[in-house]
Design a protein around this ligand. Structure first.
Ligand code: SAM
Ligand code: SF4
Length: 437
């Protein structure tokens, strides 16, 4: 039996793609191993969202070249789709290059490799099929991902995703809901609906559901206790989605709504297709919906032409929204993207300076916000146990990490739900003690 090793870089979409690839490989008779050394086949599932992420895979390929003399190397995912056959020039020991839209042909590609073919590619984006795999090897026994939409039609000026993941293709609502029911039957209680832009979900079947309707239907699947979704584009984020969350506690009170900048000029150059006011209207829907929805976002600093005043507008948006968490990045030039031709690209030192200021500003907001949780009782899903601190690791519906002490014996809590009183708060997590029931 051939053994494979897989390393995954990047976002949840990639993590879930790897689960599907692993499922495929196992059904084809391969077995997974935990170390590079033990493998015959080495897969890198790659990310190209920023230059640093892309360089990681080339460093890996370089570092392991000698040690992997007898191994077959496969580069899959976004770098594979973006660089295509150029990967064979940069790393001649690679034998397979495939983008995510070709994973349904992976078995055929592996047959070609087994037959001794040294250069196999799967780079077509020209597919209507979404990746419905017969088997998905899931990493977590309690929380599962379900892809509802692949690709992206938005073309934001800085972003490589439309080139690496191709145009949008939605799965039928029937297939999504069947997968959710199967997962519930297997004992999963939490699912996360995935897509680059879940809000533009359009059911291709006669049921014709939009995203809010799909969310409502998923919220009715017996056995599911928590439903999350990511990522949302503000333009397609409707009031109907907020209403669905307000009505059903199974739909988690956390929304990740990437904004990228607080300045209208920058948003317009980014081709984001909304203004700050339009974004704030969506935030107001959530703040006034009757449920305490945690808000998180993404920012890019140092986009070409971002002035000091534009950056100040971003800081003022942090204060206005008071996010629960923020993911912030320095703008990184990406191949093929419209932003490359903009003038006034900024030097790295200034981008770093702005990033540090933004992160420190947000840290203070999180310290303040999280302090407000002390004394509250929260329901957590238990994800693990930290031997070093003796604390269980829990996650709240709002997606906050809540580490807690549990005094009654060494009962296995992982995968269970319990209530915890928050006693301490830091910028990135909460701590507490379980409440006896
Ligand atoms: N589809 C999602 C959206 O519209 O927000 C997210 C896609 S991307 C995987 C996640 C985040 O990476 C984006 O929200 C953006 O902040 C960041 N990002 C994308 N391209 C970037 C670039 N060229 N440089 C820096 N950050 C980038
Ligand atoms: Fe990239 Fe914009 Fe699509 Fe998100 S919506 S994946 S940022 S192009």
């Amino acid at each position: 039996m051939k053994k494979f090793y897989i390393e995954t870089f990047g976002c949840q979409m990639n993590a879930h793609d790897s689960e599907k690839v692993i499922g495929n490989l196992i059904s084809d008779g391969y077995s997974q191993v935990e170390t590079f050394e033990d493998a015959d086949l080495v897969f890198y599932n790659t990310c190209s969202i920023r230059d640093k992420a892309e360089q990681k895979v080339f460093n890996r390929l370089q570092n392991f070249r000698k040690a992997g003399k007898d191994k077959i190397f496969a580069v899959i995912g976004c770098v594979a789709q973006q660089e295509g056959e150029k990967i064979f020039e940069k790393a001649p020991h690679v034998s397979l290059v495939a983008g995510s839209a070709s994973y349904n042909k992976l078995s055929q590609m592996l047959v070609q490799l087994e037959a001794g073919n040294k250069r196999v590619t799967g780079l077509s984006l020209d597919t209507d099929e979404t990746f419905d795999t017969p088997m998905t090897r899931r990493d977590n026994p309690h929380r599962a991902y379900i892809t509802i939409i692949e690709g992206c039609d938005k073309n934001c000026a800085y972003c490589v995703v439309p080139f690496t993941r191709g145009p949008e293709r939605s799965r039928t609502s029937e297939s999504v809901l069947n997968e959710a029911s199967e997962l519930a039957a297997m004992g999963y209680t939490e699912i996360q609906l995935l897509g680059q832009n879940v809000n533009s979900y359009r059911d291709p079947s006669p049921a014709g559901m939009n995203f809010a309707q799909l969310l409502r239907a998923a919220g009715q699947v017996p056995g599911m206790r928590r439903i999350r979704f990511t990522t949302s584009h503000p333009k397609d984020f409707t009031k109907e989605i907020v209403d669905a969350i307000a009505e059903n506690p199974v739909l988690c009170n956390h929304v990740h709504l990437p904004v990228q900048s607080g300045s209208n000029e920058v948003l317009s150059r980014m081709l984001r297709s909304y203004t700050r006011d339009e974004y704030m209207r969506r935030i107001d829907w959530m703040k006034n919906c009757g449920r305490d929805i945690a808000l998180t976002t993404d920012f890019i600093v140092g986009f070409p032409g971002e002035t000091e005043a534009d950056f100040e507008a971003t800081l003022s948006l942090l204060d206005e929204v008071e996010y629960d968490a923020v993911f912030s990045f320095k703008y990184s030039k990406r191949p093929n993207t419209p932003a490359l031709s903009l003038s006034d690209h900024m030097d790295e030192t200034e981008k770093s300076r702005r990033l540090t200021i933004l992160q420190e500003h947000q840290r203070q907001i999180q310290i303040r916000r999280n302090a407000g949780y002390v004394g509250r009782v929260e329901e957590v899903m238990v994800e693990g146990f930290n031997k070093a601190t003796g604390q269980w690791i829990g996650r709240t519906g709002q997606n906050k990490t809540l580490n807690f002490l549990h005094h009654s014996g060494d009962e296995e809590l992982v995968g269970k739900y319990t209530t915890v009183r928050v006693t301490r708060a830091g910028p990135n997590s909460l701590a507490g003690e379980s409440v006896s029931q």
